[in-house]
Design a protein around this ligand. Structure first.
Ligand SMILES: Cc1cc2nc3c(=O)[nH]c(=O)nc-3n(C[C@H](O)[C@H](O)[C@H](O)COP(=O)(O)OP(=O)(O)OC[C@H]3O[C@@H](n4cnc5c(N)ncnc54)[C@H](O)[C@@H]3O)c2cc1C
Length: 444
């Protein structure tokens, strides 16, 4: 019976993730072997109401976004055996492919916060990694601009904060000098941040996945962690094929198809991390912060012959975000965004399948034009086209103070071997390698 179940699982997992590229073929083989190993020494899970294969493993990372992948790689480089469980058919399909792809310098965040520390360190690590691994990136530099004199005190605060955070290369400029650098720009003063830049996040993730796999990490796609339970110092993760969730009627009790018992688990499920942690029976609910979601839409620039700017252009930050800014991608495409739209989440199971609403309402452009024209007055009517959107995994709501990244280990929640990552919003991409280094240093 058990062998039959595992054989079925093997078929399911391998067929649902069939790929043509080498990486995935390799993964299929690895995962097949892994399931075979399980079949030789698997016990049944006694905490579920029916027979489910149960296996002890070393490390599990939940979620193959840029942070989860970086963590998996860091653990693997330290000799740990890592399995990454990802609900989607591939890596990086969540927030990690729905952002500005900006390498932030580390200016905005409170001194000594995780955001400040990891952004500054992560940026250095990221540029080094990109140079060493031929990841497309460019240190474009960025201008943070005050478009009226009443904004100058805020610009001064931003500069001071950046200096306190140890960001090198910051320079306050008069508006005329900034406008000489960028003739389409209108501003009264600006901070030049020469260390800011852009990165091809997909190439970055692909490279990190490759390195992790070369160090024996197994990526299991189309597989969702639906919950778990904590018994003493042991955490059991309940795993289902994502396809089974799609077929679920929403009312029957959701049963796992596999139970894994890792020595170390990193909950790096992005937008879903708090909802998932609440499904770990035995973890005190009070340690899981409330989750808020803020969608950010992008519009691309059309009808304009050449890119109007060479630098990234950022206005003064707004509530919930950094303001509708100009970013460039490595193909020279100009995009504006993201704005901030507070939205409700979705139910847990839909969130595990990334069923958030990512549509971009074309009418939102009406709000973009006046915002952008504050610093780019020549923006032509009809030149903005809906692009894409991303959703910020926030831990504070509208008009509340921003909250730092939350990285919870045993010292916070009392469960050994469980690390929760909550609220990994911007600058999470920039910080990913530093977060991974922190976890693999502090928790091993
Ligand atoms: C609009 C926007 C702009 C941004 N711009 C920047 C920027 O310019 N620079 C910067 O540094 N940062 C930026 N960020 C932040 C950055 O994108 C994120 O911090 C980063 O991508 C988070 O990565 P992650 O791995 O934590 O999450 P994700 O990329 O969301 O990955 C989580 C993964 O977990 C999977 N998952 C979820 N639930 C389960 C489950 N139950 N079982 C298995 N798998 C599961 C999901 O499918 C997903 O693949 C921006 C964010 C947004 C929203």
């Amino acid at each position: 019976m058990l062998k039959k179940t595992i054989h079925t699982l093997e078929q399911k997992f391998t067929s649902s993730s069939s790929r043509t590229c080498d990486v995935h073929l390799k993964w299929n083989n690895l995962f097949r072997n892994w399931v075979r190993n399980i079949s030789s020494n698997t016990q049944n899970d006694t905490t579920t109401s029916y027979s489910v294969p149960r296996e002890k493993v070393d490390c599990i990372v939940i979620g193959a976004g840029v942070v989860g992948i970086a963590v998996a790689r860091a653990l693997a480089l330290k000799g740990r055996e890592v399995i990454v469980i990802e609900s989607a058919p591939s890596f990086g399909t969540g927030t990690s492919s729905r952002n500005s792809e900006v390498v932030h310098a580390g200016i905005y965040y409170p001194r000594h916060s995780f955001k400040a520390t990891f952004c500054v360190r992560g940026r250095e690590m990221l540029y080094k990694y990109c140079s060493e691994h031929d990841i497309p990136h460019e240190q474009t530099g960025k201008l943070i601009v005050a478009t009226r004199s009443s904004e100058i005190p805020k610009l001064n605060d931003i500069l001071n904060r950046g200096i306190q955070n140890g960001v090198d290369g910051l320079k306050m400029m008069e508006g005329v000098d900034a406008m000489k650098m960028e003739p389409e720009l209108q501003c009264v003063k600006a901070i030049l941040s020469s260390l800011s830049g852009i990165v091809d996040s997909h190439s970055l993730m692909l490279s990190l996945v490759g390195e992790a796999e070369n160090n024996r990490t197994i990526f299991t796609y189309n597989s969702t962690v639906i919950g778990g339970h904590i018994d003493g110092n042991e955490i059991s993760l309940h795993i289902s094929e994502t396809k089974s969730l799609k077929e679920w009627n929403g009312t029957s009790i959701l049963q796992p198809e596999l139970v894994l018992v890792p020595k170390l688990v990193v909950n790096s499920a992005g937008l879903s991390a708090p909802a998932l942690a609440k499904r770990f029976t035995g973890l005190q609910n009070r340690v899981v912060p409330p989750a808020y979601y803020a969608r950010g839409c992008y519009f691309t620039l059309s009808n304009t012959k050449a890119a109007p700017f060479k630098h990234l252009i950022y206005p003064i930050p707004e509530d919930g975000g950094l303001g509708v800014h100009v970013t460039l991608d490595l193909n020279g495409q100009v995009k504006f965004g993201p704005d901030v739209e507070w939205i409700d989440g979705v139910d847990d199971i839909s969130s595990f399948q990334n069923e958030f609403d990512y549509s971009v309402n074309a009418n939102r452009a009406e709000k973009f034009y006046p915002e952008i024209r504050k610093y780019y007055p020549n923006l032509k009517d009809g030149s903005l086209e809906p692009g894409y959107s991303g959703i910020r995994p926030k831990l504070s709501g509208p008009y509340q103070s921003p909250v730092d990244f939350v990285i919870q280990g045993e010292d916070i929640h009392g469960v050994s071997g469980l690390i929760n990552l909550f609220g990994i919003e911007s600058p999470g991409l920039t910080s990913s390698l530093a977060i991974a280094d922190f976890i693999s240093t502090k928790f091993l």
